[in-house]
Design a protein around this ligand. Structure first.
Ligand code: EPU
Length: 419
């Protein structure tokens, strides 16, 4: 297993190119299962999760080819299998995204039920209740959800108690080919869902309400393969913005979409960073000491839970108290114990963490149990005094395209070694 070693205290100067969004690439790749033909996806990030999804598509009968650095050709003519095994789902929960498209195309799906994970219980009951509303009969057999819609799917009204990102995506993909109209109430509004809706619309789907919490889908009989482009990764963008806040420097991120980060940018300005937003680029500069802020994670356009760990690291470099309230996942504070090992003063009380910013951290050997917690430790290592060694790097490989290369390019002293 590899580890990442960082000599902290180097400022970050220069330019970083942002990759395509993991959480948009995964549903768009799953959407290629919906109809036969050659689908072309551009700006696909090179990640362990996108490779896992390609593996799954191949098992289901699709063929694919990488063209150039970031373009994928996916041919779904021969998709005839309908099972996502436990082996795949346990390495990537987003494998459940094939449930909707397989039911829509083949009328059958068998997908392993994901267990709990490092950030919480994360059930898929909303996905299942929604699919039932669309006429799918679902049973649980030996840890697998088995779905069947022998007479095809029928539109219905789906209401989510809490907006679910992949839940909304699964129902959207099922409903585009259902008979009649489906309404999703309290739908998630993340930009990645807008990306999927654009692709489904180009394929011939009829969807109203993009960007709102009420989506109306008029089912169609046939879809066609299309060319689609993955939106920039807002969480990767946010992670680099926060890294400059912690380590200092002046960095420009290109090929990104700052309008997808309204809450983070507002908070970073309050913290005291100078930020210049363009349409497809953003410049961040640290100009002085950091002010502490309070954060509450919320569904989009609120503060993303996927940046909670990183902003907590930033708060350890401020002077003062910051209350960080995690309202999406019940167990997403696994980074706290590691940050404490680097000298942070953080107390956790239920879903809230109180950070007493001491203005500094010290390097230490650390490890993390999930992707974004690992990213928060990289941010910590970049700004800490001395050496930080981060093990279990495979978490970072799931979601950050060329993290070490990109950080080296802006002056970080960072390297990857075999453990
Ligand atoms: N929930 C349920 N039942 C369900 C579905 C969700 O109770 O059937 C609850 C969850 O436990 C959570 C809340 O609803 O409390 C919202 O979860 P959501 O379904 O939106 O999460 P997700 O779709 O499983 C996606 C991202 C996550 C991101 C969350 C929240 C993908 C592939 N994953 O997960 O990304 O944290 O939305 O924004 O899009 C990551 O990239 O590191 C990551 C974990």
């Amino acid at each position: 297993m590899d580890k990442i070693i960082i000599e902290g205290g180097r400022q970050l100067h220069g330019e970083v190119r942002i990759s395509g969004a993991k959480n948009a690439a995964l549903p768009l790749m799953a959407a290629t299962l919906l109809c036969p033909g050659k689908h072309i996806l551009h700006n696909v990030p090179d990640l362990r999760d996108t490779r896992t999804m390609l593996n799954l598509l191949e098992i289901l009968g699709a063929k694919w080819e990488k063209v150039g650095e970031t373009t994928l050709h996916i041919n779904s003519d021969e998709v005839d299998k309908f099972e996502a095994s436990y082996d795949l789902v346990k390495t990537m929960r987003a494998s459940v995204l094939v449930l909707g498209p397989l039911l829509a195309r083949l009328g059958r799906a068998r997908v392993s039920l994901p267990g709990g994970c490092a950030i919480g219980a994360r059930p898929i009951d909303f996905h299942m209740q929604g699919l039932k509303k669309l006429g799918v009969s679902l049973t649980l057999q030996q840890g697998y959800v088995e779905g069947a819609a022998e007479d095809g799917l029928q539109g219905g009204t789906v209401y989510f108690d809490v907006p679910s990102v992949t839940g909304t995506e699964n129902i959207l993909m099922a409903a585009v080919l259902a008979r009649g109209t489906t309404i999703i109430k309290n739908a998630a509004r993340e930009p990645e869902i807008g990306n999927l809706i654009n692709m489904l619309t180009d394929m011939g789907g009829r969807i109203e309400g993009r960007g709102t919490d009420k989506l109306t889908i008029h089912g169609v009989q046939k879809l066609k393969a299309v060319e689609a482009t993955i939106i920039p990764d807002r969480i990767e963008t946010g992670t680099y913005l926060i890294a400059v806040g912690a380590a200092g420097g002046d960095m420009t991120l290109t090929h990104c979409n700052p309008s997808h980060l309204p809450s983070l940018i507002e908070k970073l300005r309050t913290v005291g960073l100078e930020i210049e937003e363009g349409d497809t680029a953003i410049r961040v500069k640290r100009v002085g000491p950091l002010t502490s802020v309070d954060i509450k994670t919320m569904p989009y356009p609120g503060f993303p839970t996927d940046l909670q760990a990183q902003i907590m690291t930033l708060m350890t470099f401020s002077k003062g108290l910051s209350v960080i309230h995690e309202s999406i996942f019940e167990n997403r504070f696994m980074h706290v114990a590691e940050l404490r090992r680097m000298g942070a003063d953080i107390r956790v009380d239920g879903g809230r963490a109180v950070v007493n910013g001491l203005g500094k951290l010290m390097g230490a050997p650390v490890m993390a149990t999930d992707l974004r917690a690992s990213a928060s430790l990289v941010v910590a290592g970049l700004a800490a005094e001395g050496t930080t060694e981060i093990s279990r790097v495979y978490h970072l490989d799931r979601g950050y395209d060329d993290l070490v290369g990109k950080l080296k390019g802006v002056g970080a002293e960072i390297r990857r070694e075999k453990e």
